[in-house]
Design a protein around this ligand. Structure first.
Ligand code: CDP
Ligand code: MG
Length: 137
């Protein structure tokens, strides 16, 4: 069954600094995810900590927050049929070593932390994450 959804994508600092934003956005568009809104920003460590608070008990949390706040990023609202799962498929596995051929993380990811993109993992979290970055309800 298809349902029209929105999801949040982040082009993380490692991809942004290698000027991969346009290439990554072209992958979304080619796969029928439209970019409703986008913005470039450089968040603080406190903002990264708030965004990633579901991971606060994980051993990699502090490093993850340092990393996401280490440089400019681009945040995107993607919209399309089954956008949440489609974006996750296009991203590939968290660790680029395990990401399938042709996925964004396979193409561009450097390591499990510098894995180029974030994508919401559920419709509910997509709403929370879109609201976090775009302050819309
Ligand atoms: O991003 P994704 O949803 O695929 O993975 P996650 O389990 O929600 O973890 C969030 C982010 O934490 C990942 O994208 C990695 O950048 C980072 N991470 C890490 O640095 N080391 C790990 N062992 C697991 C995740
Ligand atoms: Mg996740």
């Amino acid at each position: 069954m298809s349902s029209l959804e929105q999801t949040l994508s982040i082009i993380k600092p490692d991809a942004y600094e290698r000027n991969l934003s346009e290439k990554i956005k072209a992958i979304f568009i080619k796969n029928n995810l439209s970019i409703l809104k986008s913005k470039k920003l450089h968040i603080s460590k406190d903002e990264a900590a708030e965004f990633y608070k579901v991971h606060q008990s994980k051993p990699f949390y502090d490093q993850l927050c340092n990393y996401l706040s280490s440089g400019p990023i681009e945040v995107l609202i993607l919209e399309g049929d089954n956008a949440v799962s489609k974006n996750r498929e296009l991203m590939g596995a968290t660790d680029p070593k395990n990401a399938k051929d042709g996925t964004i993380r396979h193409l561009y990811g450097i390591s499990i932390d510098k894995n180029s993109v974030h994508g919401s993992d559920s419709v509910e979290n997509a709403k929370i994450e879109i609201n976090f970055f775009f302050k819309i309800s």
